[in-house]
Design a protein around this ligand. Structure first.
Ligand code: ARG
Length: 275
């Protein structure tokens, strides 16, 4: 798995609206605590051997800390490093995209702009690589739209990269990264209740071992972890999750994200792996 990772400090992080069922305008964020939790994530990533890169946070962009969503990051033999900019559903989040696109452009990434029109695509919230870069899993239904995923599929297929569309049906799993986490090339963690039946059946076909989270585990973001060099960073742990991880040779490392969960996100959403 890639070792360089991009994060954004939660300097302006806040919960000001209700973009998903975890968010409530009545809840207040402890920004100092958020900062400490974010620092702990940076430290945990460094301890697993990752090199942490950062983008400068922008005042007024309260969700910019969720560095997984603004672009899809890829690598292809012919094209090299590339990004596909998102078209986020929410206006405040759409404003984050140009800042991230600039960051990647300045570092030599090729930009593949899709003509999304009124459709949506939300980066690695919904688009996840198979660990060996051979395929992309694409969630839709709450944020990314089915035609948005189809436009993405057509462009990726021209590069020879297959895209597997997956229909999401649980509003608490509004992004694919809340119910789908590749552990290695053969094994994946999923929460089955998040998928339409035909999507669950199609995804099973690509994995030798499918480990199933319970609804409680998934809704506590235990499937929103980060796999890095033999560790699984997770906001919580259960004996059930621990045993699935140990079957894959992974050691859980608990990194608290309570402040970010108020915004409907946890560890996976707070970073983007760089090729
Ligand atoms: N408040 C953010 C939103 O609703 C959270 C994003 C979490 N990101 C993720 N990839 N699941 O857009």
């Amino acid at each position: 798995m890639a070792k360089q990772v991009l994060l954004c400090s939660p300097a302006y992080f806040d919960v000001v609206d209700e973009k998903n069922p975890y968010m409530s305008e009545k809840v207040s964020v402890d920004r100092e605590k958020a900062q400490r939790q974010w620092q702990a994530l940076c430290s945990a990533l460094k301890e697993t051997g990752c090199q942490v890169e950062t983008i400068v946070p922008v005042p007024g962009l309260e969700d910019m800390v969720f560095a997984a969503n603004q672009v899809f990051v890829g690598f292809h033999e012919g094209v090299g490093k590339f990004i596909v900019p998102s078209r986020m559903v929410h206006a405040s989040r759409q404003r984050e995209v140009p800042f991230y696109v600039d960051w990647y452009r300045q570092r030599g990434f090729k930009i593949i702009d899709l003509d999304l029109g009124t459709d949506h695509l939300e980066g690695h919230g919904d688009l996840l690589w198979h660990p060996d870069w051979s395929r992309i899993y694409a969630g839709f239904g709450f944020r990314s739209t089915e035609p948005g995923v189809e436009k993405f599929r057509v462009v990726m297929s021209k590069l020879g990269i297959p895209v597997v569309p997956l229909r999401l049906v649980d509003p608490y799993c509004y992004h694919l990264d809340t119910c789908f986490c590749p552990l290695n090339n053969e094994a994946v963690l999923v929460y089955p209740g998040a998928y339409a039946p035909e999507s669950l059946a199609s995804l099973r076909g690509f994995w030798k071992r499918v480990h199933e989270l319970t609804a409680e585990e998934a809704h506590k973001f235990m499937g929103n972890g980060i796999v890095a060099n033999g560790s699984y960073l997770t906001p919580y742990i259960t004996p059930h999750l621990e045993s699935m991880l140990s079957q894959e040779g992974l050691t859980p490392v608990v990194v608290a994200t309570s402040e970010f969960e108020k915004s409907g996100g946890s560890l996976f959403c707070m970073k983007a792996f760089l090729p």
